[in-house]
Design a protein around this ligand. Structure first.
Ligand SMILES: *Cc1c(COP(=O)(O)O)cnc(C)c1O
Length: 480
């Protein structure tokens, strides 16, 4: 399997292997990496996969995308990642081999549990694999990496729990000082691992993101200190998410002719991009229900064909904060497929986006082709979220988090009588106790490992929102 950039329109496109793109972010031309063709799943293969455990399936799936890590090593990495010991934090797993159990709610409708990992959000599903892959590849090459990131919550904690104690890796995670919840702060800052550096920046989330951009644009600094990223454009994160769509599709069907629908709370289009890829591979996915919150740039596109990223100042702060995005960083991967994988066309569209503009496909043949990709979209507001959390609690006795609620809301609006529907659980409600309190007057119980974490000692350095101070801190603490 070789990887190409969505924007490489040269006669002889550069092709890379999996480990060549693993540690990097964007392609040098500014595009995103994708397989040069999606592997196609056969009938017999899918039938054989129906009997596999999560880890066994993960190995089979990843083997289709990774051909430059020896099989035995890949197997060991996958077994170490997808073990019940890692994915049991949230609750008792009835079937320990499942990793992503399905909780049936009514005939043809269920919750796909993806948030039983160490930080109680679905991002652990991919990030835990990334941590093990990074450590393996760096060790092979005798290299080190300094991961620099900015977080308003879920991504930072998932990255830190995945990278803690890993050889050759240091993490510098910027977060807005005193703007995260006490629980979120405790989750990150209480880690005592010496390779994890929490930097609380006196400013807003946008300031932290600007600092990361400024540091990454200083190419000399970046290469001298081997600065890397684990943001959601990383291909390995997308491919790790492919696994659970296949696992779940096979779990709720008897034969490969049946179809399954998934409802996906969406921000950067990373999670649902994996669903799209799985459908393109020929797995039995019949519909992808995309839910946004008040930040509805993607809902607008799927309804109208207009993609109009918002300015930072036009981005709403909502009660499903991990979906508060103005520009969906993985969307380019989908549009590449939509325009028939024409990198010249893609360059032209994203030229507009990179200049701060928008594009409109409504009067193009691409928009007519959109229904073939099986997306349905909708949006959810704070009032919808609260009403949905309440309704789901009353109807099924189930507490869901505000992001998952956005998915349920749009799923309820788009019933799929012709196929089973699974709503993706992107976080546990324990992470968002305030919103649950508002909706149902009750606080969700916390997994035992998270009890009282606010009282643990914290390791964090507070810095001004200043690029030089952050660079100096990295210089003093970087791995060499
Ligand atoms: C990151 C996140 C999302 C959005 O996922 P994308 O891959 O960015 O679309 C939704 N819900 C939660 C809880 C998240 O942490």
């Amino acid at each position: 399997m070789r990887y190409i950039s969505t924007r490489d329109a040269s006669l002889n496109p550069q092709k890379k292997t999996f480990t060549e793109i693993l540690l990097g972010g964007l392609a040098p031309d500014g595009g995103l990496y994708l397989p040069e063709a999606y592997p196609q799943l056969g009938n017999e293969e899918l039938n054989r996969w129906r009997r596999l455990s999560y880890a066994e399936l993960a190995f089979e799936v990843l083997s289709k995308f990774i051909d430059d890590i020896p099989s035995a090593d890949l197997k060991a990495l996958v077994d170490k990642t997808y073990t019940p010991a890692v994915y049991c934090n949230g609750r008792d797993l009835k079937n320990a081999g499942e990793i992503t159990p399905i909780r049936p709610l009514e005939p043809g409708f269920g919750l796909l549990e993806l948030s039983n990992g160490p930080t109680l959000a679905f991002k652990d599903m991919a990030m835990q694999l990334l941590g093990n892959l990074f450590e393996y590849v760096l060790e092979k090459r005798g290299e080190t990496i300094n991961i620099l990131g900015a977080t308003s919550g879920d991504t930072g904690s998932a990255a830190e729990y995945a990278m803690r104690g890993k050889k050759g890796i240091r993490v510098f995670m910027l977060s807005p000082h005193e703007r995260m919840s006490a629980f979120q702060r405790a989750q990150m800052y209480s880690l005592q691992d010496t390779n994890i550096y929490n930097i609380a920046v006196r400013g807003m989330f946008d300031d932290t993101q600007d600092i990361v951009k400024a540091v990454s644009n200083d190419h000399a600094f970046k290469s001298r200190f081997k600065i890397g990223a684990v943001n959601s454009i990383n291909w390995a994160r997308v491919v790790a998410q492919v696994i659970y769509y296949i696992k779940a599709s096979l779990a709720v069907t008897q034969s490969n002719d049946e179809r399954v629908a998934f409802a996906v709370p969406t921000g950067n289009f990373g999670n649902i991009c994996a669903g799209h890829i799985v459908r393109m591979m020929g797995a039995p996915i019949g519909r992808l229900i995309l839910a946004t919150n008040e930040n509805d740039v993607l809902d607008e596109f799927f309804r109208t064909g207009v993609y109009r990223p918002r300015k930072a100042a036009e981005t709403f702060t909502t009660s499903s904060p991990s979906m508060d995005i103005s520009k969906a960083s993985n969307f380019e991967r989908f549009v590449f497929d939509l325009v028939g994988r024409d990198p010249a066309q893609l360059r032209c569209l994203w030229g507009e986006i990179d200049r701060g503009g928008s594009f409109d496909l409504s009067k193009t043949p691409y928009f007519e082709r959109l229904p073939h990709f099986a997306f349905v979209s909708g949006k959810s507001s704070h009032a919808d979220r609260i009403a949905t959390i309440r309704k789901v609690y009353e109807k099924y006795g189930l507490m869901i988090d505000p992001h998952t609620a956005d998915g349920f809301k749009v799923a309820f609006e788009n019933p799929t009588p012709d196929m089973p529907l699974l709503a993706l659980e992107t976080a546990l409600p324990a992470k968002f106790a305030e919103t649950l309190m508002e909706a149902i007057g009750k606080s969700p119980t916390r997994p035992p490992a998270m009890e009282g974490i606010e009282r643990l000692p914290q390791r964090v350095t507070v810095l001004d929102a200043d690029v030089q101070s952050v660079k100096r801190f990295i210089e003093e603490h970087a791995a060499d």
